[in-house]
Ligand binder design. Structure first.
Ligand SMILES: *Cc1c(COP(=O)(O)O)cnc(C)c1O
Length: 382
C-alpha cells in the first residue's frame, strides 16, 4: 500500500525517457562522446543564459570543479571555510595542499559568520571558501568587504544554490568564482556533473585548459591540468533538465510551504525561513530540534522516522572539522565553532523532491507531531 512505501530525503527528477532517447540516437550516430562535443557546447551556452551568468565551464562533477577552481586562481597557504557543509568542500582544499581554517557559522543562515572571519585571517590566508548552505545565500556584501580589505579571493561553493537569485540577480555573480554540482541528489542533475562560473574570458579559458589536462592546443600544454570534462551524455541530460527545473522548484516550494504551515508553530521545531528578495530553490528542508521543548532529541526523532519508513538525513552531521583528517587542526576545536556545534546536533533535513505528494508530506508531519500511526485522513491536520 502506498502509505507504507518508504519516503527518502530526495529522489532525482528525470525527464521522460523518450526525450532522452533522441539525444542518445544523435550520440550513437555521431560517435562524439566527450571532449567539447555538440551537446557540451550547447549546454554550456544555454546554462549560462538560464543562470544569467557570463561564463560557465562544465565539469564531470562538483568536487573536481572545486579542486580546479582553487587551481585556476592559484590559491595556496590557508583558506577560511565553514565546517557546516558536505565534506567535499574541505577535501578540495586538502587535495590542493591548502590548510583549511574553520570559521564558525551564523545561527540564522547557518552560513559562514562574517563577524568571525577577520579573526581567522593570518599572513598565510589567500582566500575564503564559503558555502551557500541549503541554497541560503551567504552574507555576500560583508564577505566581499573583508576580501577587499585583506586582498583575498572568494570562491563560493554554490553546490546547493542552483537557480538562487537575490533581488533578481544570480547568487553566482558574486565572488571570484562559484562552483555548482549536478550530482543525482541535487535539484538539477546531469547524473554526475558540475560547473565553475567565472566573470571574465581569460579566467574561463584557464579553467577550460585545466579541466582537459592543461591542453591549450593539439601540442600545447600550458598547465598541469586534470581530466574533469563533462561528457555528451551528461550534457544531453542537462539540456533536457533545463526545460523542467523551474517546474521542479515550484513543486518544491509548495512542499516547503506545507511543512512550514504545519511545523513552524510546533514547540521545539524551528524551520529555516525564506529571506526577503531571495528566490530560493528549496533544495533541502532543514529543521532544528530543541530537545528540551520538543521532548525528543534530533537523533531520537531521526530513528523514530526511520522506523516508520521515513528516511530523513542529518545534513550536516558530523561537522567536517570532526573527521579524522581535520580534527587535529587548531581551528577544528569545538570551542572555536560553538554555533556550528549546536546546529549540527539539532539539524534534520526532511524529505523534499518534486514528485513527493502532499499526503506523503502530511505523513512526515504527522510523525513529527508524535503520531504513532499513519492517519488515513488525507490532508487533514488531525
Ligand atoms: C554535492 C556537493 C559537493 C560535491 O559535488 P559532487 O558533484 O558530488 O562532486 C560539494 N559541496 C557541496 C556543498 C555539495 O553539496
Amino acid at each position: 500500500m502506498k502509505e507504507y512505501e518508504p519516503i527518502y530525503v530526495t529522489k532525482p527528477f528525470l525527464p521522460p525517457l523518450e526525450e532522452f532517447q533522441e539525444y542518445l540516437e544523435h550520440i550513437w550516430s555521431t560517435k562524439q562522446l566527450t571532449n567539447k562535443g555538440t551537446y557540451h557546447d550547447m549546454f554550456e551556452k544555454k546554462l549560462a543564459e538560464y543562470l544569467d551568468v557570463k561564463y560557465v565551464s562544465l565539469f564531470s562533477n562538483g568536487t573536481l570543479a572545486l579542486i580546479s577552481a582553487l587551481q585556476a586562481l592559484r590559491i595556496t597557504g590557508e583558506v577560511i571555510t565553514t565546517p557546516f557543509s558536505f565534506v567535499a568542500t574541505t577535501h578540495a582544499l586538502h587535495w590542493n595542499g591548502i590548510k583549511p581554517v574553520f570559521c564558525d557559522i551564523d545561527p540564522v543562515s547557518y552560513n559562514l559568520d562574517p563577524q568571525k572571519i577577520e579573526a581567522a585571517i593570518t599572513p598565510k590566508t589567500t582566500a575564503i571558501l564559503p558555502v551557500h548552505v541549503y541554497g541560503n545565500p551567504c552574507d555576500i556584501a560583508k564577505i566581499q568587504d573583508i576580501a577587499g580589505i585583506y586582498g583575498l579571493k572568494v570562491i563560493y561553493d554554490a553546490c546547493h544554490a542552483f537557480g538562487v537569485t537575490i533581488n533578481g540577480n544570480s547568487i553566482l555573480n558574486f565572488g571570484d568564482l562559484s562552483v555548482l554540482s549536478f550530482h543525482a541528489t541535487k535539484i538539477f542533475t546531469t547524473f554526475e556533473g558540475g560547473a565553475i562560473i567565472s566573470h571574465d574570458e581569460v579566467t574561463k579559458k584557464r579553467i577550460d585548459f585545466l579541466k582537459n589536462f592543461g591542453f591549450a592546443g593539439e601540442t600545447t600544454v600550458v598547465a598541469p591540468g586534470i581530466n574533469a570534462k563533462m561528457n555528451e551524455f551528461q550534457a544531453a541530460l542537462g539540456l533536457l533538465q533545463l526545460n523542467y527545473v523551474d517546474q521542479s522548484i515550484e513543486k518544491r516550494k509548495k512542499i516547503a510551504e506545507y511543512y512550514r504551515l504545519n511545523l513552524s508553530r510546533l514547540p521545539g521545531i524551528t524551520c529555516l525561513e525564506d529571506v526577503p528578495g531571495v528566490r530560493h530553490n528549496y533544495a533541502y528542508f532543514p529543521i532544528l530540534i530543541d530537545k528540551e521543548q520538543y521532548g525528543k532529541s534530533r537523533d531520537e526523532l531521526y530513528d523514530a522516522l526511520k522506523k516508520n519508513g521515513i528516511f530523513s538525513r542529518r545534513y550536516f552531521y558530523p561537522l567536517i572539522s570532526q573527521f579524522p583528517t581535520y580534527k587535529g587542526l587548531e581551528s577544528a576545536q569545538p570551542g572555536n565553532l560553538p554555533t556550528a556545534e549546536e546546529i549540527t546536533q539539532k539539524v534534520l533535513c526532511l524529505p523534499i523532491y518534486p514528485d513527493l505528494e502532499l499526503d506523503r508530506v502530511m505523513q512526515v508531519i504527522n510523525q513529527i507531531r508524535g503520531h504513532k500511526h499513519y492517519t488515513k485522513k488525507r490532508g487533514s491536520l488531525a
